[in-house]
Design a protein around this ligand. Structure first.
Ligand SMILES: *[C@@H]1O[C@H](CO)[C@@H](O)[C@H](O)[C@H]1NC(C)=O
Ligand SMILES: *[C@@H]1O[C@H](CO)[C@@H](O)[C@H](O)[C@H]1NC(C)=O
Length: 272
């Protein structure tokens, strides 16, 4: 097999640049995509079975019967009463990289694109307007792959959002390249409040329902500075159950988004 031969050459330090790229892509494709560990039995099966195509099909059937959809299609205003933006808008996220209480803050800015992913853009506006990310930790950080967050700090709040699923957006031809912001999913029509930012070109996610909703336009160095030493250790189920009580005890140095007020939501002014 070509890959085996390339692997052997890589181990000897003799692989060509092209072979190295191929091997890296293959390694990335084997990684678990930003699945949600929330939802019903279908999502659980999918997690146990890994990210294979078979597992994906299984969840497709499950999702259809367990649809408790949040019908954002029928609403025309966000949680604060602002009309949903139809033009691209910027959201500036404040981050305490050190994870320390009252630590220094850095910013990164994402341009949100309703034109790429209207349902996701509306949800993001609702999440921002509802302060859902305040105090939330970046709980899954895989260098060379992606950083994932969006489970609310308070488990009571997390419980309500994990039920509010939105329909998928059709692929608008934007790839999960470096800096792209995309919702995590547990299969078709299961997106809720979890997001991730790609650290590398992860085009292999494009065909798995991961439709980008925006792109980091400023502060990618901040995104890349998010604490990664805990990797994928934090358990999504425990975060859902116990929220920050669990995370701050077990993973005290996780970077986080501090309270509102550090938010910039220009859309609010634009549409007010
Ligand atoms: C968003 O921020 C970028 C970088 O600061 C800026 O170039 C762009 O004009 C902003 N877009 C909007 C819609 O405000
Ligand atoms: C981050 O953004 C806020 C709000 O616009 C601003 O007041 C603050 O100075 C920014 N901080 C840094 C480090 O750029």
């Amino acid at each position: 097999m070509l890959a085996r031969a390339a692997q052997e050459r890589a181990e000897l330090g003799e692989a060509s640049e092209q072979e190295q790229t191929l091997l890296q892509d293959a390694a990335r494709a084997r990684r678990s995509p930003p699945w949600l560990a929330a939802g019903g039995a279908a999502a659980a099966v999918l997690l146990l079975a890994g990210a294979g195509a078979g597992a994906l099909r299984l969840s497709r059937r499950g999702a259809a019967s367990s649809a408790d959809r949040f019908l954002s299609k029928e609403a025309d205003a966000d949680a604060e009463g602002n009309p949903y933006a139809t033009e691209p808008w910027n959201a500036t996220f404040s981050v305490v990289l050190s994870g320390k209480e009252g630590g220094a803050k850095s910013n990164f800015t994402v341009t949100v694109h309703p034109d790429w992913a209207p349902e996701a853009a509306k949800r993001l506006q609702d999440l921002v307007a509802s302060d859902v990310f305040d105090d939330a930790r970046f709980f899954r950080v895989v260098p060379d792959f992606m950083v994932q967050w969006g489970i609310p700090a308070d488990p009571a709040v997390a419980k309500t959002w994990r039920e509010k699923k939105i329909p998928d957006d059709p692929d608008a031809g934007h790839s999960n390249e470096k800096g792209m912001l995309t919702f995590a999913t547990a299969g078709p029509d299961t997106r809720t409040s979890q997001l991730f930012i790609n650290y590398k070109d992860n085009a292999f996610l494009d065909s798995q329902g991961f439709t980008p909703v925006g792109k980091v336009v400023e502060g990618m160095d901040v995104v890349e500075g998010i604490q990664s030493k805990y990797g994928e250790e934090p358990d999504q189920g425990e975060i859902q159950e116990e929220g920050n009580a669990y995370l701050t005890k077990e993973f005290p140095d996780l970077s986080y988004i501090p309270e509102r007020g550090d938010w910039q939501f220009p859309c609010r002014e634009q549409v007010a």
